[in-house]
Design a protein around this ligand. Structure first.
Ligand code: PNW
Length: 483
């Protein structure tokens, strides 16, 4: 009898330990340029990606374009039925700004664009899946780029006007809004190194102008929702950034790892810290570097007190996209300190690498599941009990096969760490998102990397979608709510 009681207690404890709490939500994600196609359908105007890719075909590994991609512009019903088969709690997709507002400005709202997103939203809701909508996933209207894009402070007004249109049209049904996806990615690759659209190379200047304008755009859109829509629609608004977890390469590098983590907070600290504004250490390092380089003021634009207040607290959740981790050390050679956030930091004089045991690895993506737990813990230690939503996590392969055991393992191992964050570390993480629902256009790597839990046959004129083993695995996790 005694043993039976002990045994039942152990079983119950194990079950509780492997179960996700009630209310925890599982979803998958995609983004407009990566799946929609229909690049010039109806009155849609070109985005910076359409222009960049048509003008620089050699910038893309397989010289492909997102002109057709997965043709979700026409095949959205198929995507919904996949989401339904998987019994997703939510599906995260993005609105193409130039599809909804062909002139970039809010004077002209596209009827076709509106219809397309209404169909998608209503279709998801009909099968019981929550639409989670990203307003900006890197496809800026080209005409706004011609005016400076994210380096022009006027973008704040343009973005808020666009947000107002989206909140007005879809806010009765969309309850979770992501303003901006991964400013760390598009500000750096777009305006620092210039390796992706719009291809502006302005290291140390461009990415910081973009950073400040992205934060203000997000915050003003948040305040708009808070003031004019929240009472009525009761939704949540936040931003999601990509986070790399940094570990010291040797015990002597602990301080350097901390500085890398600090720079990784460029978009999180201004929103969630008590004091607001840029992370102070980073602000002073950039000011010092700028002085040494004979600039008359810091390359990192300052926040006024009013702007700090506007940004501080401007989120109902903290969106986290996590894929990989890095080891940090002082850079010895000039070429080591390039390509923040994956290879090094010119600003901090740091070089990054990965541990050869972090497997599987696909290009930059070295799998290190403990990194997500450490990241979540450090965010919570730093900013208190904030709600965290993991809005992207996933693995790419060059192998297109349906039997993707590597991806199953990657998702399982990361989910396990997320669960430990909840049960052991008390982190308030409420959502997990597998990137991606379907194979799609992976930016400058073209169609070769497969990130989908669902395979897309690009040789088939109908772009047939077929669930992989990872899709069945994930559906089972969602159904049982455990790993
Ligand atoms: C994200 N990193 O980009 C994007 O949001 C997606 O559009 C993209 O397809 C996906 O991840 C897979 O690459 C990232 O440096 C780019 O760790 C770089 C990193 C992470 C995500």
């Amino acid at each position: 009898m005694y043993w039976l009681v002990v045994w039942t207690a152990i079983v119950t404890w194990c079950e509780a330990a492997s179960k996700f709490p009630d209310g925890f939500q599982f979803g998958t994600a995609t983004s407009a340029y990566q799946v929609e196609g229909g690049w010039n359908a109806s009155d849609k105007s070109p985005s910076i990606w359409d222009v960049y890719i048509h003008e620089n075909p050699s910038a893309i590994a397989d010289h492909s374009t997102g002109d057709v991609a997965c043709d979700s512009y026409h095949l959205w019903k198929e995507d919904i039925s996949l989401a339904r088969t998987l019994q997703l709690n939510f599906y995260r997709f993005s609105i193409s700004w130039p599809r909804l507002l062909p002139e970039g400005f809010s004077n002209n709202v596209s009827e076709d664009g509106t219809r397309y997103y209404n169909n998608l939203i209503n279709g998801l809701l009909t099968v019981g899946i929550e639409p989670v909508v990203t307003l900006y996933h890197w496809d800026l209207p080209q005409n706004l780029q011609d005016l400076g894009g994210w380096t022009n402070s006027k973008i704040v007004d343009w973005f808020v006007a666009y947000s107002r249109v989206a909140f007005t049209l879809f806010g009765d049904r969309v309850k979770t809004w992501v303003t901006i996806n991964e400013p760390t990615s598009f500000c750096n690759v777009g305006y620092e190194t210039g390796i992706l659209a719009p291809g502006i190379t302005s290291p140390g200047i461009g990415e910081y102008l973009c950073a400040k304008n992205a934060l203000l755009s997000h915050a003003k859109a948040y305040r708009l929702y808070e003031q004019e829509f929240k009472d009525k629609y009761k939704g949540q608004v936040g931003l999601t950034d990509q986070h790399v977890w940094y570990e010291p390469k040797t015990p002597f590098q602990e301080q350097n790892a901390q500085m890398a983590r600090e720079l990784g907070q460029l978009y999180t600290f201004p929103i969630f810290s008590d004091i607001g504004g840029w992370p102070p250490n980073i602000e002073s390092i950039i000011a010092r570097n700028s002085r040494a380089e004979k600039f008359s003021s810091s390359r990192l634009p300052v926040f006024t007190e009013e702007e700090k207040k506007l940004v501080k607290g401007s989120a109902d959740f903290c969106g986290v996209n996590y894929y990989t981790s890095r080891l940090v050390e002082k850079a010895c050679h000039q070429e080591q300190k390039t390509f923040w956030p994956l290879y090094g930091s010119p600003e901090l004089d740091l070089a990054f690498s990965y541990n050869s045991t972090w497997l599987p690895r696909y290009n930059w993506l070295a799998s290190y599941p403990p990194g997500i737990r450490r990241l979540l813990k450090s965010l919570t230690e730093r900013y208190g009990n904030i709600e965290i939503k993991i809005f992207e996590n996933g693995f790419g392969t060059s192998d297109a096969s349906l039997n993707d055991t590597i991806r199953v393992q990657y998702i399982r191992d990361h989910l396990e760490q997320v669960l430990l964050s909840i049960t052991e570390d008390g982190v308030n993480v409420t959502a997990y998102t597998a990137w991606a629902l379907i194979d799609n256009f992976e930016w400058n790597s073209g169609f070769k990397p497969r990130f989908g839990i669902v395979h897309v046959d690009y040789n088939d004129p109908n772009l047939k979608r077929t669930p992989r083993a990872s899709a069945y695995y994930y559906a089972d996790v969602i159904k049982k709510r455990e790993i």
